[in-house]
Ligand binder design. Sequence first.
Ligand code: GDP
Length: 295
Amino acid sequence: MFNNLSEKLDKALHVLKGHGSITEVNVAETLKEVRRALLDADVNFKIAKEFTNRVKEKALGQNVLTSLQPGQLMVKLVKDELTELMGGDVEGLNLTGTPSIILMSGLQGSGKTTFSGKLANYLKNKKTKKPLLVACDVYRPAAVDQLHVVGDQIKVEVFSDKGNTDPVAIAQAGIAHAKANGHNVVIIDTAGRLAVDEAMMTEISNIHKAIQPQETLFVVDSMTGQDAVNTAKAFNDVLNFDGVILTKLDGDTRGGAAISIKSVVNKPIKFIGTGEKMEAIDVFYPSRMADRILG
Ligand code: GDP
C-alpha cells in the first residue's frame, strides 16, 4: 500500500535523518522533495503546498534547527501533519437509530455492494447487531443478484423486490421489513452510474430524504486518484454525507485520495477496503496510516 509514496518520502527525509545539525537550506530542500512526493502520489497541488507550508511553520516554531535531533523532529512533524490531513481522530459509525439506517452511495464499480456485505459481516460479528441488506438498484438485476450472493456468503438476510422500479419504495419496504423482523441495522445498497450524472444524484437524494439515514457513506475507489476527490465533492454537495469508504487500497494505488479527501470534503474516512473477500475491511486510523506511509 502506497509503496511509491513511502519510498519517496523516505528518500526526502533521509537526508535530514543522518544530520546532527541542519540548516535552513536542508529544511527547504527536504520540504520541496516532500511536496514532490505528494504531487506524484496524486495529491492536489494546493493541498500539497499547504501541507509543506504548515510543516515549515511548525519547524520554525519548534526551533527545529537548534533541537537535539532535528532530523527526527522533522520526521515527526511530517507524520503529525499527514495524520491531521487524513482525519486526526478516528470517527466510528453512528448506530443510534432503531433500526440504524446506513445508506451507501458512490459510482458504479466503486465497491458499494462488496462493501455493504463487508460492513454487514463486520457488524454481525459484533454479536449485538442483526443487519439486513437492502438491494435498491432497479436498473441492473445482476446487482441485486450480486447482493444476494454476498448475503448468502455471510449469512445475512437480503431484502429485494425485483419487479419494483421505485428505489425509494424498496428502501422504505426494506426498513419496514427490518422493524418487523428484529433487524437493528439496515444497510441500503443503491445504484451507481459510471460517472456523476443528474439522474443518479436526484435518485440518491430522494432516497436520502425519504429514509433519513443515521449514516450516509460515500464509497470511492482509491485507484481513481484525483477523480476520487472530485466525485466525493459532487456527492457531498448533494448528500452532505457522514463518512467516506476508500476501497481497493490493496491495489497499486498512489495514495492521493486517502490523503486529500478529508481536507476537500471535511468528512472522515471511516473504513477502508483491502481486498475482494468479505473479511477485507479495516477501520481507518489516520495515525496508523501515516506510520505506515512514513515507515
Ligand atoms: P459497485 O458497483 O459499487 O457495487 O461495486 P462492486 O462491489 O460490484 O465492486 C466492483 C469490483 O471491485 C468487484 O469486482 C469487486 O470484487 C471489486 N472490489 C470491491 N472492493 C474491493 C477492494 O477493496 N479491493 C479489491 N481488490 N477489489 C475490490
